[in-house]
Design a protein around this ligand. Structure first.
Ligand SMILES: [Zn+2]
Length: 303
């Protein structure tokens, strides 16, 4: 168990999207009852005055979280032999189908960050992506992914992705970015292993829809969730880090589709047509009418 001194590493946290230090406190979330098993006993839920992002302030630095996820992962699903829940299974199937429709090149080299026991990667492989690789802080997850699905997984954090230049054409981050203290460094690390025209698929809980969650609203304000992205702030985050939005193509009849599917890329040879040189004109993405936001990003050329 992590035995990190909980309070001596705290400071005013810059906004995870725009780096502003100007924020307004909404309330103090307390985990007092859990202090014996956790590395923090509460945090301030604040709103950035500059960009409107909600986030947790007065929290430890990234390395404390890294040790927590390495040593205390609950994503090994030990109680079910490494299998995820039924709801996660159906969610992963929907994501795999969306990515199979949105990414034409099945030869794409795929990396999922925070892959847990590898189910999504196994589904992507079934959908035709032969070259899949996982990364998870928990060695137990890495072992389970291999045992269950023969999916190879590096044991490590996204801040320690094994160095290999331009290694991946598609980097997937499902349910990860809301956990990350150093969000700026996170996308730098992803960019370092992304091919020049590679894609990042990101999915996070939708902070504007917490009220609709079965466990609303406080499950989202957990010791693990420290960034509360909305549709707008997730888009701002990608733009601030020089990624342009890439349209997702959802399965026909998808219950999560809220507007007509955007046009596909007319040619995979012209991806920069969706990626203006200033990088700030955001394309129209599709957002699910669920409790989660999903976006795909591509690097802005020359950034
Ligand atoms: Zn901000």
């Amino acid at each position: 168990m992590t035995q990190t001194p909980p309070f001596n590493q705290r400071r005013k946290r810059p906004c995870p999207v725009c780096s502003s230090l100007e924020s307004r406190q909404l309330f103090r979330q307390s985990f007092q009852e859990m202090s014996a098993v956790a590395f923090l006993n509460g945090y301030d839920v604040v709103i950035c005055k500059q960009c409107g992002l909600g986030f947790a302030d007065d929290i430890p630095r990234q390395d404390v979280f890294d040790r927590y996820y390495q040593d205390n992962s609950k994503y090994e699903y030990q109680h079910t032999g490494g299998k995820e829940s039924e709801s996660d299974e159906s969610r992963f199937r929907a994501i795999a189908e969306t990515l199979a429709r949105s990414v034409a090149a099945k030869s794409s080299r795929v990396l999922e960050i925070g892959c847990a026991t590898g189910r999504l990667l196994a589904l992507l492989r079934d959908a035709g992506f032969a070259n899949v690789q996982g990364l998870d802080p928990s060695p137990g997850c890495a072992q389970a992914a291999w045992d269950l699905y023969k999916v190879p997984v590096f044991a490590g954090s996204l801040f320690s992705i094994p160095a290999s230049s331009n290694a991946y054409d598609l980097v997937i981050s499902v349910g990860v970015l809301e956990h990350v203290e150093d969000t700026s460094k996170a996308l730098d690390c992803i960019r370092a292993v992304l091919s020049p025209e590679g894609l990042v698929y990101a999915e996070v809980p939708d902070g504007s829809r917490y009220a609709g969650r079965p466990d609303a609203p406080y499950q989202e304000f957990s010791i693990e969730h420290i960034n509360f992205f909305s549709t707008v702030s997730l888009s701002t985050y990608s733009a601030e880090t020089a990624f342009a939005l890439f349209p997702l193509v959802r399965p026909s009849g998808s219950r999560t589709r809220t507007r007509p599917a955007p046009r596909r890329l007319e040619s995979s040879k012209k991806p920069t047509g969706l990626c203006p040189s200033n990088g700030m004109k955001l394309q129209s993405p599709v957002f699910g009418a669920t409790s989660r936001n999903q976006q795909a990003w591509m690097p802005v050329s020359g950034a």
